[in-house]
Design a protein around this ligand. Structure first.
Ligand code: NDP
Length: 302
């Protein structure tokens, strides 16, 4: 029976560790979250970030702007937040509307306030192993592996997905932890063969239940970063092979979340695996809070 890696449990542990550090600070940490447009998924993410800030006693500033906001207007907001002494972390919620130059906006955030770890300076720091804010989702995966005593040194890690926010930093963190890392993507020649070599398989693709028994080596640790919302009953039927309890849940809610790994094949084959929901997802916000506390500690020590 595969071990379930419980992201909610680890999230709660991370938040508990942060509380005394927050109380020890002369000024409470401040996080600004900037949301442009009305993407429903982004609104949900931003609300849960602001809610967690409240639970931890952070100062949180939520700045919302219409979809028609220009790059120049957004840069001016970032400049203001960079100069604000009460703000330790700035997060611009992605994706931004297409007409906005997202890279220019990310580049404008002061690297010391870049709690997402996306600024080129912090990407470089990660690459050469200097301290700095690490991207939250992959760093959360590292915390989860550590918490469950899964040693990655010497293991073959295969990451499917090469995005700047998940796949690449995940590879870099695993490499620094002495795994032997392979990164796969949409042009990988024989994906199943690459995945079958993995002791640790990370799915960060954005395709529902894409990694199946064909990709999962028996005994591998399977980490599922994907969050895919299913709204078609036929998809749920096909993926869960008509499992009545799951279909009943879908019929009740009208939607269902599934990861990038197959929700039946992964627990059947893996030695340990992260469910969706409840696996990697809860860790992202916890690591964002952790990065903000760290940024605040550094700022207040100056
Ligand atoms: P991107 O769309 O930026 O990247 C997807 C990656 O998957 C790309 O590198 C792409 O390859 C690769 N890919 C797509 N199709 C295939 C295929 N058929 N075979 C092999 N590789 C493929 O996604 P993100 O990295 O932003 O997100 C990935 C998933 O993780 C999404 O479901 C997202 O919702 C979720 N996510 C979850 C978070 C959390 O908190 N748990 C946080 C962030 C993301 P190529 O580069 O060649 O196009």
């Amino acid at each position: 029976m595969a071990q379930l890696l419980d992201g909610k449990l680890v999230r709660d542990e991370i938040l508990s560790e942060l509380r005394p550090r927050i109380l020890a600070l002369p000024r409470r940490p401040g996080l600004a979250v900037v949301l442009v447009g009305a993407d429903p998924a982004s609104e949900v993410y931003v609300s849960s970030k602001v809610k967690t800030c409240g639970e931890l006693g952070f100062l949180s500033e939520k700045i919302t702007r219409p979809a028609a906001t220009t790059t120049a207007e957004l840069l001016a907001i970032v400049d203001q937040l960079n100069a604000d002494p009460t703000i330790d972390g700035i997060l611009v919620q992605m994706p931004l509307p297409k007409h906005i130059d997202a890279q220019q906006v990310l580049n404008r955030i002061a690297p010391t306030k870049d709690v997402d770890g996306f600024h080129p300076v912090n990407v470089g720091r990660l690459s050469i192993g200097l301290p700095g804010p690490r991207p939250c989702t992959p760093n959360g995966v590292m915390r989860l592996l550590h918490r469950y005593g899964i040693d990655v040194a010497g293991k073959r890690a295969v990451i499917v997905g090469r995005s700047d926010i998940v796949g690449k930093p995940m590879a870099m963190l695993l490499l620094h932890a002495n795994a032997t890392v392979t990164i796969c993507h949409s042009r990988t020649a024989d994906l199943a063969a690459e995945c079958q070599r993995a002791d640790i398989l990370v799915g960060a693709i954005g395709r529902p239940a894409f990694l199946t028994a064909e990709h999962i080596r028996p005994g591998a640790v399977v980490i599922d970063v994907g969050i895919n919302r299913l709204t078609e009953r036929s998809q749920v039927e096909a993926i869960w092979r008509n499992e009545p309890a799951v279909l009943a849940e879908f019929d009740r809610k009208g939607k269902l979340l599934v990861g990038d790994t197959h929700p039946l094949d992964a627990p059947a084959l893996a030695s340990a695996w992260t469910p969706v929901p409840g696996g990697v997802g809860p860790l992202t916000i916890a690591m964002l809070m952790s990065n903000t506390v760290e940024a605040s500690e550094l700022r207040q020590a100056c």
